[in-house]
Design a protein around this ligand. Structure first.
Ligand SMILES: NC(=O)c1ccc[n+]([C@@H]2O[C@H](COP(=O)([O-])OP(=O)(O)OC[C@H]3O[C@@H](n4cnc5c(N)ncnc54)[C@H](OP(=O)(O)O)[C@@H]3O)[C@@H](O)[C@H]2O)c1
Length: 324
């Protein structure tokens, strides 16, 4: 089969579409004939040699895919050859085939195109596990989504709105109209405006109940300032650095919580549990049309370098890579 390989870490041109050995599904695994994968920010770091795959994960890039079941390994029940699926991966999605633990497979939601389904597993699992399971967002609360135009952000805005939350988001100004269409009540231009003041203004001084943050250190103090009493800040990205000072006094007074999580390094059992939660609680919203894949562009897998340049620049939602 062919896969995107990285003979030498570096810029987008380090990505090479090359012939590699076929994967074999082991016990409890399913072989997926990949139709599409999606670019995640983590892939840019892996390409640069800064985010090696966890032990046991396929060496190639790609944290999610859609496709058709090509074979099932020993002990797998509930999945059949020929079935259309999408999957949360620990790696290996930028390839024609990938072997994946059966617990990380999802059916393609009714009404979603097979290629577009590749845009869903990573964002659905990340957003549901953090915003619902960890932070416990409830209808009527306010959710602040940083980076609303990202793959994660475009999903989180729709999901938060579908759950009945008021959704505020930060993004560069050119993306605001689209983010309001997706369900954001208000978009904040983080380059020109003070997001803490904007959140306070839009919540009558109460603050946000839940913040989904991708910036990390550079936003920590401001995020705590923007939290409501009893608020929950969940950090899932460190685009603004990893080390910052935290004023515990500010947290304590608000009885607020700060948490941080990563999906990729979780053991397969935890991933399977999250995938089950997504199937039960998110897929019905997708099938009802309340949450849709947001796809910026589709490109052939061999043009992965162009796709990475797009994700490093200006895009809204996901950039997909297709095998044909
Ligand atoms: N922990 C986990 O399990 C997990 C899983 C998946 C993703 N993530 C993280 O989630 C983040 C989004 O991932 P992705 O693949 O969806 O990324 P992406 O599509 O590449 O988007 C990155 C976004 O960052 C935004 N941004 C840059 N500077 C900003 C700032 N100062 N304030 C607000 N937004 C800013 C950009 O918005 P503009 O274009 O508007 O500037 C862009 O939309 C990444 O940090 C990724 O590592 C974490």
């Amino acid at each position: 089969m062919r896969a995107i390989t990285v003979p030498e870490p570096g810029g987008p041109d380090a990505l090479v579409w090359a012939e590699v050995p076929d994967p074999e599904p082991g016990p409890g695994e399913v072989l997926v004939e990949v139709r599409a994968s999606a670019v995640n920010r983590a892939d840019l770091l892996q390409r640069q040699g800064l985010y090696p795959p966890p032990p046991g994960a396929p060496a190639y890039l790609g944290l999610e895919c859609s496709g058709v079941v090509g074979a099932v390994g020993p002990g797998v029940t509930g999945w059949e050859v020929g079935q259309e699926v999408c999957a949360l991966l620990s790696g290996g999605g930028y390839a024609e085939r990938v072997a994946v633990p059966a617990g990380q497979l999802l059916p393609v939601p009714a009404g979603v195109d097979l290629v577009d389904a590749a845009a869903l597993p990573e964002v659905a699992c990340t957003v549901w596990s953090n915003v619902v399971r960890l932070a416990g967002l409830r209808a009527g609360e306010t959710l602040l989504v940083h980076g609303g135009g990202s793959g994660i952000g475009t999903f989180a805005i729709q999901f938060g709105a579908a759950l009945g939350a008021t959704v505020l988001t930060t993004a560069r100004a050119g993306k605001h109209d689209r983010l309001r269409e997706l369900g954001a009540t208000h978009a904040i231009d983080y380059r020109e405006q003070d997001f803490v003041a904007e959140v306070q203004r839009r919540t009558d001084g109460r603050g946000a109940d839940v913040i989904l943050d991708i910036m990390g250190a550079s936003y920590l103090g401001r995020n705590v300032a923007a939290l409501a009493t009893g608020g929950r800040l969940v950090v899932i990205g460190m685009q603004g650095g990893r080390k910052a000072e935290l004023d515990l006094g500010a947290l304590l007074t608000k009885r607020a919580t700060v948490a941080a999580t990563a999906l990729r390094s979780r053991p397969p059992e935890e991933k399977a549990e999250i995938v089950r939660g997504v199937r039960d609680e998110v897929w019905p919203l997708v099938e009802a049309g309340k949450v849709r894949p947001v796809v910026d562009q589709r490109l052939p897998m061999a043009e992965a370098a162009t796709a990475h340049r797009l994700v490093e620049g200006d895009h809204i939602g996901k950039v997909l890579l297709t095998t044909r």
